[in-house]
Design a protein around this ligand. Structure first.
Ligand SMILES: [Zn+2]
Length: 92
């Protein structure tokens, strides 16, 4: 499945969310893959579920965390999954 990664160059190295994502990227695992989406888990103190929706034109990346629900922009978990894919920590 081709994955459209978020633009990681949007984040400055001192961005709090980005720093948290760098810590979390080793904790990303692929949960399951279907034709339409990929489900990831990010385990830290708790566990969050990040889903990539292949067919959605916008908001392809969604997370079940409160921060994402309130902001509708990539949270640290979504950034962590993108980093894990980019850095080949997980393979799809
Ligand atoms: Zn999240």
């Amino acid at each position: 499945m081709d994955i459209e990664l978020i633009d990681l160059s949007d984040y400055k190295p001192n961005d709090k969310k980005y720093i948290k994502a760098l810590r979390l990227m080793d904790r990303v695992k692929v949960d399951y893959i279907t034709d339409r989406h990929i489900s990831f888990t990010v385990k830290n103190e708790g566990e969050h579920n990040v889903i990539y929706f292949k067919e959605k034109p916008v908001e392809k990346w969604q997370c079940d965390c409160k921060w994402y629900a309130l902001h509708s922009s990539p949270c640290s978990h979504i950034i962590a999954v993108n980093l894990a894919i980019k850095e080949k920590i997980i393979r799809l």
